[in-house]
Design a protein around this ligand. Sequence first.
Ligand SMILES: C[S@@+](CC[C@H](N)C(=O)[O-])C[C@H]1O[C@@H](n2cnc3c(N)ncnc32)[C@H](O)[C@@H]1O
Length: 210
Amino acid sequence: MLEDDGDEHKVLLEVGCGVGNLIFPLISDNLNFFIYACDFSSNAVEFVKRNELYDEAKMKAFQCDITSESILSEVPAQSVDIVTMVFVLSAINPKNFQQVATNLYHVLKPGGFLLFRDYGRYDMAQLRFKASNKIGENFYVRQDGTCSYFFSLKESKDIFESAGFEVLQNNFIERRTINKKEDINVKRWFVQGKFKKPKRLVFIYFFNPT
Ligand SMILES: C[S@@+](CC[C@H](N)C(=O)[O-])C[C@H]1O[C@@H](n2cnc3c(N)ncnc32)[C@H](O)[C@@H]1O
C-alpha cells in the first residue's frame, strides 16, 4: 500500500504526528507522497517543522484537534489516500472516539485506507496503572495529565465500522519493549487495524423496452 505509484503522488494524513517518527522515514525513502501531519500540541508541530527534512513542497504540518471538524479546514474532504493514527486515539476521551472516526472518514477518498495501532486491553501499561489513576472504564490519566485508553478488538471494530469503514484487518499484535540498560524485557499488547472507506456503489439500470 505504501508503494511508489509512478508519477502520481499519494496523499497521506498522519494524525497525532508527535515529533514525526512516522513521516520522516517516509520522506527519506523518497516515496511519492504529499504528507499532512497534524497534532494537538503546537510544540510537536513546531518540532516537526524544524526538522531538516521538513519540505513544504512535500508536506504540511499543522496544529489540530482531531476530535473537532476543524481538520476539514486544513485538509479537503475526500482528498486523502491513507490516514495513519498510531497511539493517538488512546490519548483522547472515549466520548469523542466516534467523532474522530467520522472526521477521518470525511477526509479520505472513497477506497482510501485508515491504518490504526493503539494499546490493547490488558497491555502491560494498563496493568501497571494504579487504581488512583483510573478515570473511566479502561481509561487512565498519567501524572503529566495525558490519558491512555486500552482497546478491545470489538471496540476498535465498532468505532470504525459505525463511521462507515469496512474492516480489512483488526487484530491483537504482540511486541516486546526491551531496555537492556534498565533490564526491561516485557510483552506488549497492541490493537492493529486496517480499515477501508468503501468506494461508492454504482447502480446501472438497463432499460429493455421489449
Ligand atoms: C503517544 S503520542 C504518539 C505520537 C506518534 N503518533 C508516535 O507514535 O510517535 C500521542 C500524540 O497524539 C497527540 N494527540 C492527542 N490528542 C490529540 C487530538 N485530540 N488531536 C490531535 N492529536 C492529538 C498528542 O499531542 C501526541 O503527540
